[in-house]
Design a protein around this ligand. Structure first.
Ligand SMILES: *[C@@H]1O[C@H](CO)[C@@H](O)[C@H](O)[C@H]1NC(C)=O
Ligand SMILES: *[C@@H]1O[C@H](CO)[C@@H](O)[C@H](O)[C@H]1NC(C)=O
Ligand SMILES: *[C@@H]1O[C@H](CO)[C@@H](O)[C@H](O)[C@H]1NC(C)=O
Ligand SMILES: *[C@@H]1O[C@H](CO)[C@@H](O)[C@H](O)[C@H]1NC(C)=O
Ligand SMILES: *[C@@H]1O[C@H](CO)[C@@H](O)[C@H](O)[C@H]1NC(C)=O
Ligand SMILES: *[C@@H]1O[C@H](CO)[C@@H](O)[C@H](O)[C@H]1NC(C)=O
Length: 371
């Protein structure tokens, strides 16, 4: 059984299997092949809880994971990240050798030189539709994009002394969203009267408009994180089985997302769009856990709040004195809907350097960073 003391052994095994490409110390001292040829100056991140690194902690919302056991393995403790440690975004920042983790937009100190390597706008509970996170009072994708365009971008121009189109091509734009929109659809059966197919197609069109706008501003490098297999989240698993309705809806959205990328490519000369198939990456962890060191693929690591009758809860790990599993590296899920740090490491590493186009398409993030 893994416990925190075996973590370095785990890392070594993990790295031998997955990143023989890197020196073994790449997580303690991020180094990319001893070769800092990345052309990326930084990244801007948009999306929901899987990418949120503390925005909600600064907002008036009930969805903010700022108490133990969230952050139990994070060097700074609970910061508003929705798991025990680092997010996929944190691992990507390390792999890309950015000097620091990205600052969250809503942190009042996110100004000046702190924004030079990018900013994270993601907010737990949010979606592509304004309506999706309205109940939680969190910034939707529209609002996150406005925050970028109206606040961060002008400030960055001042910091760099350059016009946006002179530098935005050197930043990566990463979007990880839509799971909450899918949840919203199933939570409100009479609201939409639309098929999953039509609803998720609409969602990808909303996203497409944002991407075109970012391109007009000068953005050239884009990464899209697919919706995870939502039917396999601990809150959805029933009698050891993933919920096929939710998995199928996730897949339907993802296929629209991939089509969007193929459609946008020729419309955006000089740009590069990458699709990360996190549906299959996570499903593979669930179906073949052993080689990756996972033992529990269906239970949350923390003790969950009991949802009110007939309601899906937004309060994740139990608030008061929750139990938390000791073998956190062997759990794929930390709470009812968020992957653990260990799973996030697998996801980020795969997105960064996998050569399998079925998982990261058409190029991986390492390759994107060298263009
Ligand atoms: C760094 O990487 C680039 C691209 O992969 C390669 O062309 C170059 O030779 C490398 N430089 C060193 C010092 O390894
Ligand atoms: C590589 O990174 C190191 C440390 O960040 C820096 O001092 C050095 O100048 C970089 N080298 C190149 C060729 O960019
Ligand atoms: C922010 O920018 C958007 C367009 O991107 C505009 O519609 C909106 O009114 C602006 N908001 C503020 C507060 O300036
Ligand atoms: C959706 O369909 C139901 C049943 O036909 C109807 O009662 C409801 O008003 C419709 N909702 C919307 C938003 O059109
Ligand atoms: C969403 O789809 C409906 C039809 O199903 C359509 O009337 C509506 O305009 C679409 N909205 C967007 C933003 O594409
Ligand atoms: C699967 O999830 C959907 C949407 O939340 C729900 O309506 C359905 O009852 C679930 N199916 C099973 C078998 O639990």
């Amino acid at each position: 059984m893994f416990n925190p003391n075996t973590s370095s052994l785990f890392s070594v095994i993990f790295l031998l299997i997955f990143t023989s490409f890197f020196p073994l110390n790449c997580y303690s001292q991020p180094q990319k092949n001893g070769n800092n040829s990345t052309k990326l100056k930084g990244m801007f991140v948009f999306g929901s809880s899987l990418a949120d690194n503390g925005n909600n902690a600064f907002l008036d919302t009930v969805s903010k994971p700022i108490k133990f056991p969230y952050g139990v393995d994070f060097p700074l403790g609970p910061t508003g990240r929705y798991n025990n440690g680092k997010t996929v975004i944190d691992f990507l920042s390390e792999l890309l050798q950015f000097p620091n983790f990205l600052p969250p937009f809503y942190d009042p100190s996110t100004h000046g030189s702190k924004i030079l390597n990018g900013v994270n706008f993601a907010s737990g509970g949010s979606g592509l539709l304004d309506d999706t996170g309205a109940g939680l009072k969190v910034p939707s994708m529209n609002k996150q994009m406005n925050n970028f365009v109206n606040t961060t971008l002008p400030e960055l121009e001042k910091q760099l002394g350059m016009k946006r189109e002179q530098f935005l091509g050197d930043y990566m734009f990463l979007v990880a969203t839509a799971a909450n929109d899918i949840g919203h659809y199933f939570g409100n059966p009479f609201k939409f009267n639309q098929t999953v197919e039509a609803y998720t197609s609409n969602l990808s069109q909303l996203l497409s408009a944002h991407v075109k706008n970012l391109y007009k501003l000068g953005g050239r490098k884009f990464v899209f994180i697919a919706v995870y297999p939502m039917g396999c989240y601990p809150r959805s698993v029933d009698q050891n089985r993933c919920n096929e309705t939710l998995n199928s809806a996730s897949k339907t959205y993802n296929s629209h997302l991939k089509t969007m990328i193929d459609d946008l490519n020729p419309q955006m000369p000089g740009s590069h769009l990458v699709f990360v198939n996190t549906f299959d990456i996570v499903l593979d962890m669930i179906n073949r856990p052993t080689p990756l060191g996972f033992k529990d693929v269906e239970n949350a690591c923390c003790e969950l709040d009991t949802p009110p009758m007939g309601k899906k809860t937004h309060s994740h790990c139990k608030k008061d004195n929750p139990k938390v599993c000791e073998d956190r590296k062997s759990h794929v899920f930390f709470d009812e809907a968020h992957t653990s740090e260990a799973a996030n490491k697998v996801i980020a590493t795969t997105a960064f350097d996998s050569k399998l186009q079925s998982l990261v398409y058409p190029i991986n993030i390492a390759q994107l960073s060298l263009i």
